[in-house]
Design a protein around this ligand. Structure first.
Ligand SMILES: Nc1ncnc2c1ncn2[C@@H]1O[C@H](COP(=O)(O)OP(=O)(O)O)[C@@H](O)[C@H]1O
Ligand SMILES: [Mg+2]
Length: 472
């Protein structure tokens, strides 16, 4: 439209035309300052035109995006915009004059039947998306392992496992102790999984990995504006996230003393105080803590609070190191190999009897985690199907090194004649397989399909094996 065409149209007319043809209209400059807003829009917003004009648009219109469109230059059509309790349909256009972005023009209207349908679809999409993330977040907070994942049938291991199973139904605090890599985290998952709280979150927190400065806000959360840089709207602490479920405090020996006091208060009073807030939030938690440190000694040295120690140590489960349960090494190796085979898309991997023998003579300072690493390395360098001594890392290949490395009696050949007895691998595997199938069936109350899933076997495969081992 050239100026000549508009020449005959008085400005007052133009204003009236705008008001008549378009219900609600606003014009902003590149900074998002309102240059024009018509009276219909002002009535709808319940503001005076003189007040609105010259103001930043965000101060006048709820949920506006006009200032954004005025900088991006990208039009936004049929957007949903809640204003004054109504969801309006907003169209926002960049204003380009002489090839230059000068601002934006926006209109809002009540949704018509078409818009309503569209909005419904849009809202449904958003709800679907929200549900997707909700379940995803929920899954992250669930325990991943159960007692069937805890392989081992040595008496000392079974004793620890039985105790854990027995106390999983209670609400008392559990302290898991044992060397690194013995399976403390696995036990914590399993206890939560068989507890009444299993439908609620399992939140694991490693106290050794949280920077000191962040400890308090990580554990207890913070309220809006608690400190500079705090996220708007505050943040829920891990203790709050675990509400009604279980909080697993791993490496509890690394918790700073000041936090120990605050944690103790929380456990005694069943409430948390977020940083920077006056409010208290009631919570219902079960605590499982784990450590490879000697907490009693730390208490004596003043490094760990005695009262917290007793509060956490209601039930102590000591998980024995691998070298004290040599008969578990073969079954655990098989379990680990099954997992590795799935990751490496292989099957039928075997362990030579020399390797098993060597494993039994090693002291495993890194426990099951070390065994996992050794087997993963072996699978990587394996050419055939059987893992031989040559596939082991050097320190395990050479018995001299093995002996000198451990230095203690545990690495020397055991005096116990039984330990020296090695049965043919096939027999060992069959024995373990039978036991595992039985365990899985007990765990699933005899449901073979579920048991097959737990064992990572096909249904028919499990039926065949049950027949072979005469398991009902
Ligand atoms: N009894 C077991 N059977 C099978 N895998 C185990 C067993 N114990 C530990 N693991 C595995 O060993 C690794 C170390 O266990 P983890 O629970 O993290 O030990 P910790 O917390 O005591 O350091 C994990 O990958 C775990 O799956
Ligand atoms: Mg651990």
């Amino acid at each position: 439209m050239t100026n000549a065409i508009l020449k005959r149209l008085p400005i007052t007319w133009i204003k009236e035309i705008i008001d008549l043809t378009i219900e609600r209209i606003v014009v902003v400059d590149r900074e998002g300052i309102i240059l024009f807003i018509n009276s219909t829009y002002c009535e709808f917003l319940d503001v005076k035109q003189e007040f609105a004009i010259g103001k930043p648009v965000q101060q006048v219109i709820e949920n506006t995006r006009m200032h954004i469109v005025a900088t991006t230059g990208k039009e936004e059509l049929e957007g949903l915009q809640p204003i004054n309790g109504s969801v309006m349909i907003a169209n926002r256009y960049p204003l380009i004059i002489d090839n230059e972005l000068v601002g934006a023009l926006g209109t809002v209207k009540y949704p018509g039947p078409d818009n309503l349908r569209q909005s419904k679809n849009k809202i449904q999409d958003l709800i679907d998306e929200l549900n997707f993330y909700k379940t995803k977040a929920q899954k992250e907070l669930q325990s991943k392992y159960n007692f069937a994942d805890l392989t081992g049938s040595s008496p000392i291991f079974l004793a620890a496992k039985k105790l854990a199973e027995k106390v999983s139904g209670s609400n008392s605090s559990v302290l898991l102790t044992g060397e690194s890599g013995t399976g403390k985290e696995l036990f914590a998952h399993a206890i939560h999984h068989s507890s009444m709280r299993s439908e609620h979150p399992f939140v694991a927190l490693n106290c050794a990995s949280i920077p000191q400065d962040l400890f308090e806000s990580e554990l207890f959360g913070y309220e809006d504006g608690a400190f500079t840089g705090a996220k708007k709207g505050g943040k829920k602490g891990q203790l709050h996230l675990a509400n009604d479920g279980t909080i697993f405090l791993d490496e509890i020996g690394d918790m700073p003393l000041s936090m120990q006091s605050k944690l103790l208060r929380t456990l005694q009073e069943n409430e948390i105080n977020p940083v920077g807030g006056q409010s208290t939030i009631p919570i219902n938690l079960r605590v499982i803590a784990a450590t490879n440190q000697d907490l009693m000694k730390m208490v004596d040295e003043g490094k760990f609070r005695k009262d917290l120690f007793y509060r956490l140590n209601v039930i102590n489960i000591e998980i024995p190191p691998l070298r004290e349960r040599k008969e578990d090494i073969a079954p655990i190796s098989i379990k680990i190999l099954e997992k590795l085979e799935r990751n490496f898309y292989r099957s039928g991997t075997l362990l030579s009897s020399e390797v098993i023998e060597r494993f039994k003579h090693h002291s495993w300072p890194g426990n099951v985690r070390e065994l996992e690493n050794v087997l993963e390395r072996a699978i990587n360098v394996l050419d055939g199907r059987t893992i031989e001594l040559s596939h082991l890392p050097l320190y395990l290949r050479d018995p001299e090194t093995v002996a000198s490395r451990g230095g203690s009696s545990v690495t020397n050949p055991p005096k116990d004649a039984e330990l020296l007895q090695v049965s043919p691998l096939k027999k060992t595997i069959a024995k373990v397989e039978k036991q595992e199938i039985k365990n899985a069936l007990i765990f699933t109350n005899g449901n073979k399909i579920e048991a097959a899933k737990l064992l990572g076997l096909g249904k028919t495969n499990l039926y065949d094996k049950c027949k072979k081992y005469e398991i009902k």
